[in-house]
Design a binder for this molecule. Structure first.
Ligand code: ADP
Length: 509
């Protein structure tokens, strides 16, 4: 029965059994009022109680849910913490399971903190070690660059004199000795260049240039440069160039040339009465990018499989007799590999002992569009020696033997020479219009070549100045151009290069 019906029934019973007088009596009225009040209070309390217990149950469920979530989250965090500790420990080789108590969060966090501190300490030690190693590499490369300069200066004299003596009429036995001398100086020269180059690459100082160049011309020049050696060994060099390969590309022709030269000269070196094939294909063209495939295949001595990886390590040759028989430093392929890495590429090798070798790689280069504006360098043939006749050259050089070597060449080409033993003397001798070309050494006593050039440029902006120096570092080359030099020849100079550069600047075609 609901409370309203219950009320009605109660009212009925009271009025039925009690007289009106009795009902109207004051004490009874009080009693009824009290019963009523207490009854209503009871009802309200009951309602309130029911409501509150309902409310508590809901809240309790919510809190319980929240707690469960928190516990789950905490568990997850602890698991992550433990994973993190284990991953740290794995690297340090410690057994974390002995120390870790997954129920003690604060201990766990302390432990992790210790590990993080350890990590930071190790990282800072590593950073210091890295800086030390970088400084050492820098010092090493500076040392090598200085040493190579010191070696190049006298080597220039040896190379030059040997070359000049070979041009003269000499007895067979002397000619034979000169050939050996030339072989050794060539090797020494290559060794110095390789060491210097290697140390530059290792010190991260080599950056690829981006300039337009004629790729087919580059390959044909490399063939020409190796032709004499190839013929001596009765080898044929064949070029197979895909018609689709664009002529003009943008890249570092010097470095790309160095890569191909290394492979071709190795192929010639390790092949006798055979053939060397240089293949160039256009593998893909995407917009103005060309993906080019290069390969150099020879029919020479080949490389046995277990040596095939080793030869890409520095100073390693496949065979211990190699140096004696073929010369070489064991640096060529390391440099090749590193230069290709700078091109985001790599070198590959297929070979079988006794059956020749194939070295191949791909390079991605931009295709040059406006080819007309790239002027070709004049590449004069060496036998046209007379074209330098009457050219006036100021040779600025302090090292007497080098003066002698350069003078001998210049005299052969009928060049008029004036000599200045340092920059100051050069300035004293210099007059506008007096010289067609200035050959300027860089490191000299009293006044160096940079200062002398800068001084000459104040009075004459046109006269061609060619740096002629034993220092081959890029910094020096950059500086030479900054002070106003027009070109650069590294000692020991190749006579043909010296000839061509003087001709380039002085001969009016
Ligand atoms: P280098 O030629 O100055 O000794 P490289 O790094 O160019 O140094 O070559 C390392 C070695 O790899 C060579 O000494 C030679 O043993 C081997 N090698 C390189 N190219 C060839 C090749 N085409 N055929 C056979 N062996 C080769």
């Amino acid at each position: 029965m609901d409370s309203l019906n219950f009320h009605r029934l109660l009212n009925k019973q009271i009025t039925k059994y009690l007289s009106v007088d009795c009902l109207n009596q004051e004490p009874f009225q009080h009693f009824i009022k009290a019963v009523n009040e207490s009854y209503f209070n009871f009802e309200r309390d009951k309602e309130l109680f029911e409501h509150s217990s309902q409310l508590n149950e809901k809240e309790y469920a919510e809190i319980n849910e929240k707690l469960k979530k928190e516990i789950k989250q905490r568990r997850l965090s602890v698991d992550k913490l433990i994973d993190a500790i284990y991953s740290l420990e794995e690297k340090e080789g410690l057994d974390a399971s002995k120390i870790i108590d997954s129920n003690n969060l604060s201990k766990l966090v302390d432990y992790l903190q210790i590990q993080i501190d350890n990590r930071k300490r190790i990282e800072s030690e590593l950073r210091i070690a890295k800086e030390l190693a970088e400084n050492a590499t820098q010092a090493k490369s500076e040392f090598l660059s200085m040493m190579s300069h010191e070696i190049r200066t006298p080597l220039n004299a040896i190379v030059g004199m040997t070359y000049l003596m070979q041009q003269e009429e000499v007895s067979d036995s002397l000619a034979e000795n000169l050939k050996i001398l030339q072989f050794s100086t060539d090797n020494l020269h290559a060794l110095i260049n390789d060491i210097l180059d290697f140390s530059k690459i290792e010190a991260g100082k080599v950056e690829l240039e981006k300039a337009p160049f004629d790729l087919k011309q580059l390959i044909s020049n490399i063939k020409k440069a190796n032709q004499v050696k190839a013929e001596e060994k009765e080898n044929k060099i064949k070029l197979m160039i895909d018609d689709d390969v664009p002529n003009w590309l943008i890249g570092d022709s010097l470095r790309l040339g160095q890569i191909i030269t290394n492979l071709v000269s190795n192929a010639v070196k390790f092949t006798k009465k055979g053939s060397i094939t240089v293949e160039l294909t256009l593998q893909k063209r995407v917009g103005n990018l060309a993906i080019l495939g290069f390969s150099v295949t020879d029919t020479g001595i080949g490389i046995e499989p277990k040596k095939q990886q080793l030869i890409f390590d520095k100073f390693t040759q496949a065979n211990s007799e190699t140096t004696r028989e073929f010369g070489g430093t064991g640096l060529g392929l390391v440099i090749t590999k590193k230069l290709l890495q700078l091109h985001n590429s790599d070198i590959h090798l297929e070979s079988e002992a006794g059956k020749g070798a194939k070295f191949y790689f791909t390079v991605e280069l931009e295709i040059a569009s406006d080819v007309e504006k790239f002027k070709k360098d004049i590449n004069l043939e060496f036998h046209e020696e007379d074209i330098l006749k009457g050219v006036n050259v100021l040779l600025v050089e302090d090292y007497p033997v080098n003066i002698k070597v350069a003078t001998k060449f210049l005299e052969r080409w009928k060049v008029n020479i004036d000599i200045a033993e340092n920059g100051k003397i050069a300035l004293e001798k210099f007059d506008i219009g007096k010289y067609d070309v200035v050959l300027m050494d860089i490191q000299m006593p009293i006044m160096d070549g940079y200062t002398a050039t800068a001084e000459i440029r104040k009075i004459d902006t046109k006269v061609p100045i060619i740096a002629l120096t034993a220092s081959a570092t890029l910094n020096n080359q950059d500086r030479a151009f900054t002070v106003g030099m027009n070109d650069y020849i590294t000692k020991p100079f190749n006579p043909k290069e010296l000839f061509n550069k003087i001709a380039k600047f002085s001969v009016k075609l």
